[in-house]
Design a protein around this ligand. Structure first.
Ligand code: ATP
Ligand code: MG
Length: 288
């Protein structure tokens, strides 16, 4: 069955306001995207390619210059729908410190649903549930500013979760984290997606994070240049390179070996796949 569309960009262009007479070039050009319920989508692109602009448009923080954006069928340019749109799509930004609003973890998570005017008993339930889902329940009475980066980011994710949005957009949530923090945040996101069916749109610079998504969108200079399953997207080596991106490490190594005559199939994305294909190749392709 075809999944329902959650966010639709229909021929969207966007331009930031210039501070002089010369208008700025378009930051986004004729973007068409359909994000479905329950999807896990990674968005890749070099600096300035338009990823954050996309996130802000999806959350009605910015309005398109032309084209339309629909969130669950709601037109984001209709101001009367802003509240409902933000209840459907939540955004977590790069710097966790800028997202902390309270002095106790559970109060921080309760902030969003409180603003929605939800019953205290229901808030209690949601806050506990969200903190458990991101593995931060035992920190509920801690001071957020004393947590590690990964923990702070998980609290920020719990805050959006407690609002029960159908979709969470994360704008480079792991950029300021160490490898351990990155793993924690990735695990929390995967759980939200797989167990709770929340659509996740992950903007990232890390190819390994994109490999784990159901779908990868590559942006270059305000346009979408690739959109598909990770294996299909990363088989377009030239477009990836032209977009100023690198292939995932294992794919890069496989490509280099293939070019130097080693018999490896295309479509290798992970270390595990690389090892299997490499073992098969060095055994002359005979062993299983
Ligand atoms: N407030 C602003 N005013 C003017 N131009 C802006 C503003 N914010 C972004 N831009 C420009 O719009 C374009 C897209 O920016 P955007 O922040 O969406 O890129 P990005 O892909 O998120 O980049 P990064 O990887 O650095 O976060 C860039 O050319 C950027 O310089
Ligand atoms: Mg950005």
């Amino acid at each position: 069955m075809e999944k329902a569309t959650l966010i639709r960009f229909s021929d969207v262009s966007y331009r930031y306001e210039s501070d002089n007479e010369t208008p700025l070039p378009l930051a986004l050009k004729n973007i068409n995207i359909d994000i479905k319920k329950g999807e896990f989508v990674a968005i890749l692109g070099h600096n300035g390619s338009g990823k954050s602009t996309l996130a802000k448009l999806a959350n009605a923080i910015l309005m398109p210059e032309s084209g339309k954006i629909y969130v669950n069928g709601m037109d984001t340019s209709d101001e009367s729908l802003e509240y409902e749109i933000r209840q459907t799509v939540g955004v977590v930004f790069q710097n966790p410190d800028n997202q902390i609003v309270a002095t106790i973890v559970e109060e921080d998570v309760a902030f969003g649903p409180e603003n929605l005017g939800i019953e205290p008993s229901e808030i209690r339930k949601r806050v506990d549930e969200a903190l458990k889902a991101v593995g931060m329940y035992e920190y509920r009475f801690h001071e957020p500013h004393k947590l590690s980066g990964g923990q702070k980011q998980r609290v920020a994710i719990a805050g959006i979760m407690a609002m029960r949005t159908d979709c969470i957009i994360l704008d480079e949530p792991t950029a300021m984290l160490d490898p351990k923090g990155r793993k924690e945040v990735m695990a929390a996101m995967r759980k939200l997606n797989k167990e709770l069916g929340i659509a996740v749109v992950l903007i990232t610079h890390y190819m390994e994070e994109a490999v784990a998504a159901d779908r990868v969108i590559v942006m270059d200079s305000g346009r979408i240049v690739l959109d598909g399953a990770p294996r299909d997207v990363f088989s377009n080596e030239e477009i990836i390179e032209k977009a100023g991106l690198e292939l995932p490490e294992s794919a890069k190594l496989a490509l280099l070996l293939r070019r130097s005559g080693v018999n490896l199939p295309s479509g290798i994305l992970t270390a595990e796949e690389f090892i299997e294909a490499f073992k098969f190749s060095v055994s002359g392709g005979a062993a299983k």
